[in-house]
Design a protein around this ligand. Structure first.
Ligand code: ZN
Length: 392
């Protein structure tokens, strides 16, 4: 059932600008066989831009198709680069909000690594809620101070009082975003000292870089700094900090509940006209971008060069399915051992460990997230491999 109003502001002036048909509805769910991966449930995507608030959503998203469970393997915690980033966030948040002895609620805590790190480094207590949480994988004395709940966050958890509420890489998976942020606000109630911290992908970069691999079914909601701040102000939060992190890939918002917005708007918020222009440039340019990448792959194929893709997360599924790639890719590699021997939804590629590349000997490695290029170069060097690296 297609949505015909903006899930952030309720507006109805929605401009379509990008379409994908028949794409896998999940990209991080572990699949045990090639057949099941090829047969993976599919759905359609039509991104629309809200002329009133700048929010971008997949109007064809059907939440009934989604199935988050402990088999969901989204963690980036096997990457030292990523864990450095997690440590930086923990230190920064503790500097600002002095979390020792306080209670932190993490909505959508994934496998729980961030919450655990926050509790370890700041001395806070934690409550983590996620349908895919796997506390048995974690070990640390700080686990004593953490309660994990394997579920979706919802009204039944509104009684959980916390001094600090964080929600990282979750809002983009939620369709009724206004309803969701309102629920968070209502759960906080009159406790106006509560801090909220949200982290999610920044659509500005995706539009500017024509980064179509960051657009996929699981992400039904796409924000820029402006549309995110507007949603929080509309749901009675004061936005105190709004900034980008991780090579400008992520948007970070920190705020507090407020009866009415009082502070002046922050510089990043005024992006509605610029976002509209970016959406138009994306619509004009995406066809050429896809053609150029297909030409690269064709050139490598004709030259008989073996191509591997490094990274088997959502970006890889989107890159491969959007370009319609199959046998052109000799291997899909991941450093997360929980993914080895599993198959990529939609394309059926087996996910292999970096060690397997010693046999496959790729001549080109396409890197799904450029931020890991140096880490990957080191992993390849250690195995005596020197393929051409092509960061997306
Ligand atoms: Zn809107």
């Amino acid at each position: 059932m297609a949505v015909d109003s903006c899930q952030a502001c309720g507006g109805s002036r929605l401009e379509p600008f990008y379409e994908l048909r028949n794409i896998p509805v999940h990209s991080c769910l572990m699949v045990d066989s090639r057949e099941a991966a090829l047969d993976f449930p599919r759905g359609d995507l039509e991104l629309v831009f809200c002329e009133d608030c700048g929010f971008i959503q997949n109007r064809l998203f059907d939440p009934a198709k989604e199935n988050y469970s402990p088999d969901y393997e989204e963690t980036q915690a096997f990457s030292p680069r990523f864990m450095r980033f997690v440590d930086e966030i923990c230190a920064d948040q503790d500097r600002k909000y002095r979390l020792a002895g306080k209670t932190v609620l993490e909505i959508g805590c994934g496998k729980g690594e961030f919450l655990l790190r926050l509790c370890e480094t700041t001395g806070c207590r934690g409550i983590g809620i996620d349908p895919g949480v796997r506390p048995e994988r974690l070990s640390s004395p700080a686990l004593e101070r953490i309660t994990f709940v394997r579920d979706f966050y919802g009204p039944k958890y509104a009684h959980l009082a916390a001094d600090y509420v964080c929600c990282r890489h979750t809002l983009e998976h939620i369709q009724p975003v206004h309803e969701f942020v309102t629920l968070v606000r209502e759960a906080i109630g009159p406790r106006e000292d509560t801090v909220v911290f949200f982290e999610l992908p920044d659509m500005k970069r995706v539009l500017d870089e024509l980064a179509f691999w960051d657009i996929y079914y699981e992400h039904c909601s796409y924000f820029t700094a402006g549309s995110l701040a507007r949603l929080f102000r509309a749901t009675r939060f004061e936005v105190e900090h709004l900034y980008r992190a991780y090579g400008d890939q992520y948007l970070m918002l920190e705020g507090r509940p407020a009866a009415a917005a009082t502070r002046a708007r922050l510089p990043l918020e005024d992006d509605l006209a610029a976002t509209r222009a970016r959406v138009h440039r994306f619509r004009e340019g995406i066809g050429q971008r896809l053609d150029a990448l297909r030409r690269d792959l064709e050139r490598w194929r004709r030259a008989g060069r073996r191509v591997a893709v490094w990274g088997s997360g959502s970006k890889a599924v989107s890159y491969l399915t959007t370009l319609g790639l199959g046998e052109e890719i000799a291997a899909v590699v991941d450093i997360n051992p929980h993914k080895w021997g599993k198959y990529l939804a939609g394309t059926g590629h087996e996910i292999v460990s970096p060690d397997r590349l010693a046999d496959i000997r790729p001549e080109v490695v396409v890197i799904m997230n450029p931020i890991y290029t140096e880490e990957i170069r080191g992993d390849l060097d250690a195995r005596g491999l020197t393929p051409e690296l092509v960061p997306l």
